[in-house]
Design a binder for this molecule. Sequence first.
Ligand code: ACO
Length: 328
Amino acid sequence: MNKPIVEIAGTGRYTPERILTNEDLSKMVTTSDEWITERTGIKERRISSDTETLAYMGRIAAEQALEEAGLAADQIDTILFATASPDRLLPSTACDLQAALGAENAAAMDIGAACSGFIFAVTVAEGMISSGKAKNVLVIGGERLSRIVDYEDRSTCILFGDGVGAAIVRPATGDRGVVSTYLKSDGRLAELLWRPAGGSSIPASAESVEDKSIYMQMAGPEVFKHAVKSMTDACDRAMEMAGLTGDDIDVMIPHQANVRIIKATAKHAGMPMEKVVVNVDRFGNTSAASIPIALDEQIRAGTIKKGDTVLLVAFGAGFTWGSMVVKW
Ligand code: ACO
């Protein structure tokens, strides 16, 4: 196995209090608990209140991760906030979080890689640490997708939820840490999963609200096919780069989009479901937050133990996809 450059020294998470169940959704659009459960495996998702902003949720998740790592906020030199639903388009949510956290010595920026954002951000942190530009990096994956979902569109509103996960990435001191990462994108497929308006090409306006282009739009079956193919390939790449096979992996954490995508990816990657983490039933698809939330849950539950080899894999809008092997 490769010698790691960085390790994940602490994790944290925050998920909003409010639960939106399939039953609740069936009163809002024409759907049913049975349809959603069968097609997606999702039973409920968390929805943020007006005060549960990304900066607010991020601060709580970050404080947990800092405590685990034995660091104070002012020891953080870089904040990377992976999100597709920033609190504001300007300035970055990372800067809002920096202020909320009191991380006065940090440089802060957002990373836009949708559901793959956490893996992209950890890889950027690895590069910055490897080049000597950073030492203690706070990586956050956080979303408030409920704010950009059309709750009259039953093909998307059933899928998404809100939440934040955090990780401290710092130089590896031994054999534990990130042993391989793989990143890929294909911008030609952007319109299969996108939010057409709200940026500078089609600014937010009465028209873009009226024609709903301000909301996320998705070609579900197309996304499904690409997700399985790309995540399977990404699993193979990260394991190959680490000199490992599926037998060497103790725990696999796939992006939590849909239980059918997770099962199909695990099957193609030759990974038995006993090794695969699933929490999409409780949180839905939280995009960039899904992997760090699941990671933190597993660590705190003791399911991921010292010495375990963990495979992370994601796919999202862009399209973007990526994977990572971490020796715990
Ligand atoms: N309740 C009831 N019926 C529905 C619902 C709903 N919530 N949504 C769609 N339908 C209907 C459709 O209108 C369609 O009806 P029709 O046959 O009369 O036209 C029928 O169900 C089948 O629609 P499909 O879109 O073909 O259903 P599919 O089995 O593909 O499931 C789903 C849809 C769940 C969205 C699936 O395509 C999927 O999970 N795709 C992946 C999308 C995803 O996870 N994106 C997240 C971002 S990327 C990522 O994170 C990986």
